[in-house]
Design a binder for this molecule. Structure first.
Ligand SMILES: Cc1cc2nc3c(=O)[nH]c(=O)nc-3n(C[C@H](O)[C@H](O)[C@H](O)COP(=O)(O)OP(=O)(O)OC[C@H]3O[C@@H](n4cnc5c(N)ncnc54)[C@H](O)[C@@H]3O)c2cc1C
Length: 320
């Protein structure tokens, strides 16, 4: 069986590993320069910062199995058991472990990609179904087309629609009514440690920030570095602001959280498709003939765990 998977984020990589382990010939393509999608880690000077997903929790047995493996191999560790309140004066930990990847979130994607045929900087631009045979193929941006027995599409839904709209594939249009919240992030390298609460992070910090995370506390960075994520309302309202103005506004809003530390370097990251606003009721979606399957965090929950479980569901649907 020849399977093409579009998207090397967590959903695509988990699906790829499962289908590959079952003996299929799997090709994964991703438009990004490296695998991971929203599992993203960036260097700013000597600091290393997660700039997409910040941490994860484990609620389902399927994800727990993967996380146990990651823990045993030293890829993840428990960061804390809940975040301090915005005033930072009283921990509100709920005892539920928050995990982080020791090498940064992107290291999990790199690990999952080992042994797979993952082609990065490779953009799929069409998934087509042959009207006579029902077979599917994926056209990619180097002009080649790859025939497949099945295709698993794990891009965010608006991108998936763009790939399939003219491909003769029967689509459930309600899938594509999902819009996504945006996130504007600012990554800062500091001259000294920030004075964030001892948990290392603050959720729903104030009117601007939905999350502030200390990458040294996460053991991701050797040098002081903090990730600021603006909340969806602020990100939407300021989306079209000039980038320099955005950096200045976010740095000013963030400074009170840093204590005496001074920002020595900064980097802006805008996530247009950060978080799906609604979730499909099933963990993946498939065409009637089973040849095109869609998966990702819009299916099993808008988090790392959801992306993982959706990728797994896509693989199991295909292999059933
Ligand atoms: C700012 C931010 C903060 C977050 N914080 C958390 C958190 O703290 N905890 C948590 O659990 N989750 C968090 N999340 C959510 C989590 O990151 C996602 O749910 C998860 O990573 C989604 O994985 P995915 O595989 O479904 O999608 P993605 O990671 O988006 O993967 C899709 C991939 O498809 C590729 N692609 C798109 N179009 C094409 C194309 N035409 N051809 C080829 N490739 C294509 C993309 O490059 C991408 O790599 C956060 C997300 C963001 C953006």
């Amino acid at each position: 069986m020849r399977v093409v998977i579009i998207g090397a984020g967590l959903a695509g990589l988990i699906a790829a590993r499962e289908v590959h382990a079952a003996g299929a010939d799997v090709l994964v393509v991703d438009k990004g320069r490296s695998p991971g999608g929203r599992l993203a880690t960036r260097r700013v000077g000597g600091a290393t910062l997660d700039h997409g997903a910040q941490f994860f929790t484990v609620r389902s047995p399927a994800f727990a199995k993967t996380v146990d493996d990651w823990r045993e191999r030293g890829l993840v560790h428990v960061w804390n058991h809940g975040f301090s309140n915005p005033d930072g004066d009283a921990p509100d930990g709920d005892s539920y472990p928050r995990y982080v990847a020791t090498g940064g979130m992107n290291s999990l994607a790199k690990d999952l990609a080992v042994g797979l045929d993952v082609r990065c900087s490779t953009m799929a631009f069409a998934v087509r179904r042959d009207a006579e045979t029902g077979n599917v193929s994926v056209a990619i941006d180097d002009g080649t087309s790859h025939d497949a027995d099945a295709v698993i599409v794990t891009t965010p839904l608006p991108q998936a629609l763009a790939l399939m709209i003219d491909g003769g594939i029967e689509l459930d249009e309600t899938l594509f009514r999902t819009d996504y919240d945006r996130t504007i992030g600012l990554l800062v390298r500091l001259d000294r440690p920030p004075s964030l609460p001892s948990s290392g992070g603050v959720q729903d910090a104030d009117d601007v920030f939905s999350f502030i995370g200390d990458n040294v506390s996460k053991r991701v960075s050797a040098e002081p570095g903090v990730t600021f994520h603006a909340n969806p309302a602020w990100s939407e309202a300021h989306w079209n602001d000039d980038n320099e103005a955005l950096v200045a506004q976010l740095a000013t809003a963030g400074q009170p959280w840093l204590g005496d530390a001074t920002i020595v370097e900064r980097s802006l990251k805008k996530w247009r498709l950060a978080t799906p606003r609604s979730i499909w009721p099933d963990p993946c979606w498939t065409t009637a003939n089973g040849k095109v399957i869609m998966a990702g965090d819009a299916f099993a929950g808008p988090k790392i765990e959801g992306a993982h479980n959706s990728g797994l569901a896509a693989a199991h649907t295909l292999l059933a």
